[in-house]
Write a protein that binds this ligand. Structure first.
Ligand code: NAD
Length: 445
């Protein structure tokens, strides 16, 4: 049984730790957030992720998971230590905030320096960081400990909502390292954890591995902004973006995924990683024209949507608007950089009364939207959110919204107007029932 430590028990760190524990590793989980650690010690997950809580309970019982609030001697018994702390966007600059990563490096280096006669540790950085950061982390740790380590950059590609599945069945596992030895050690750990016969490993230089992560997210964001621009064109020429995306996506060279037109990308990764990559290019004297356009298109897309709502409703002041969805995507309670939240914020700012429903994200949304607490009521069901509304907005693509009873909704609304920001309702059915139905990019035409 191997011993592994994970520092930073958020979406990435917790899922990584739990999946490693499920593969019979003894995993020490370290996070500064005492509330989070207390919840975990009691077998409760601080985040929602399908299958996660069951795996936490199972592996606590098997004594494979241990939770701590600081790096102590037991955490340092592990030969392999993962770092998965956040690298959020600095609001004022759009750059990646690396302070959490560097703080961990200092703390870890100091603690490792106090060990006597220990073996060479492998430190694995999973946080998304600009090229050059991993080697800075190595330098900080080594100078603090007055010794040497192996460092590997090992980017994470899990998607919230399917994080456990993505970790057990990854498309690829990328390593950026200075030598083969720590990579071989990590391959052994991963081979034991993943549920595939032959996992796809990619070995690269540290700089290249750091860039692989940013390039992947930037490319996915590009697909989204591209189809959203096609959707905007569809509206002008009377075409249906749903049909266009299907016809385009069936080309195997293009693929269907990330071609759903909507109100733009959000979440804790795409907005911050595209901005960080743009800065990285700028810092090296390169104007990344395409990426700048991707970011601009995304910012415009939600504004277009809000403007359309204001136009159709002849202003939103004093109007009651039902909003279905607050999370940045379905199957998560994460509202970081959620477009749905931005839309509620804009509507409340313009004087609308919002009735919002989300299957999981209400608690997190309330914190972010607290300044509008007098303008927003939170509802337990989509039907409550639609009651007496002058319009209903679909803002997050929760599967359950596909099944809502439009006839029931219609009867309870003040005006029968729907803005489907995710193109997910049965457009023909909505129109047949007499709704004034507005989609993105002529979907349903
Ligand atoms: N969330 C995702 O879907 C996702 C996917 C791929 C990559 N990533 C990247 O992975 C990294 C982590 O993202 P996340 O969403 O898991 O972040 P998160 O904010 O959910 O979790 C980070 C955790 O680190 C803890 N932490 C901060 N400083 C610490 C310290 N000094 N010691 C111990 N714990 C500390 C925080 O308390 C928090 O629990 C980021 O760089 C992100 O870009 C995230």
């Amino acid at each position: 049984m191997s011993k592994v430590s994970v520092i930073g028990i958020g979406y990435v760190g917790l899922v990584t730790a739990v999946c490693l524990a499920d593969a019979d590793n003894k995993v020490v989980c370290i996070d500064k957030d005492l509330n989070k650690i207390e919840m975990l010690r009691n077998g409760n997950s601080p985040i929602f992720e399908p299958e996660l809580e069951e795996l936490i309970t199972k592996n606590i019982e098997k004594k494979n998971l241990i939770f701590k609030t600081e790096i102590d001697d037991e955490s340092l018994l592990s030969d392999t230590i993962f770092i998965a702390v956040g690298t959020p966007m600095i609001e004022s600059t759009g750059r990646a905030d690396l302070s959490y990563v560097f703080n961990v490096a200092e703390e870890l280096g100091t603690r490792l320096g106090s060990l006597k006669g220990e073996s060479l540790k492998t430190i694995v950085l999973k946080s998304t960081v600009p090229p050059g950061t991993t080697l800075k982390v190595k330098k900080i740790i080594e100078s603090k400990m007055n010794g040497s380590i192996n460092i590997v950059f090992n980017p994470e590609f899990l998607r919230e909502g399917t994080a456990i599945k993505d970790t057990f069945y990854p498309d690829r596992i990328v390593f950026g390292a200075e030598s083969e030895e720590p990579v071989e050690k990590l391959k052994t750990i991963y081979k034991k954890m993943v549920k595939q016969e032959n996992p796809q490993f990619v070995s690269a230089s540290i700089n290249s591995a750091e860039l692989i992560k940013y390039a992947s997210n930037a490319f996915l964001a590009t697909k989204i902004s591209f189809i959203n621009e096609i959707a905007n064109l569809c509206e002008l020429i009377g075409a249906n973006v749903g049909d266009v995306a299907e016809g385009v996506g069936l080309d195997k060279r293009i693929g269907k995924s990330f071609l759903n037109a909507g109100i733009g990308y959000g979440g804790s990764c795409f907005p911050k990683d595209t901005r960080a990559l743009d800065h990285l290019a700028g810092d090296h004297g390169h104007v990344f024209q395409l990426l700048k356009a991707v970011i601009d298109v995304n910012n415009m897309q939600k504004k277009r949507f809000v403007n359309k709502i204001k136009k159709v409703l002849d202003g939103v002041e004093g109007k009651r608007i039902g909003v279905l969805g607050l999370a940045f995507k379905q199957d998560t309670d994460d509202v970081r950089e959620s477009i749905a939240i931005d839309i509620v914020d804009s509507l409340a700012e313009a004087g609308a009364k919002v009735s919002a429903h989300d299957p999981l994200a209400e608690k997190n949304a309330k914190v972010i939207l607290s300044k509008h607490k007098n303008s927003i009521v939170y509802c337990d069901t989509p039907y409550d959110a639609a009651k007496k509304a002058d319009a209903l907005i679909i803002a997050t693509e929760w599967d359950s919204f596909k099944k809502i009873d439009l006839e029931k909704i219609k009867k309870s609304m003040n005006k029968q107007i729907i803005f489907d920001g995710r193109n997910m309702l049965d457009a023909k059915e909505a129109v047949k029932l007499g709704f004034d139905y507005h989609s993105i990019g002529g979907y349903g035409n």
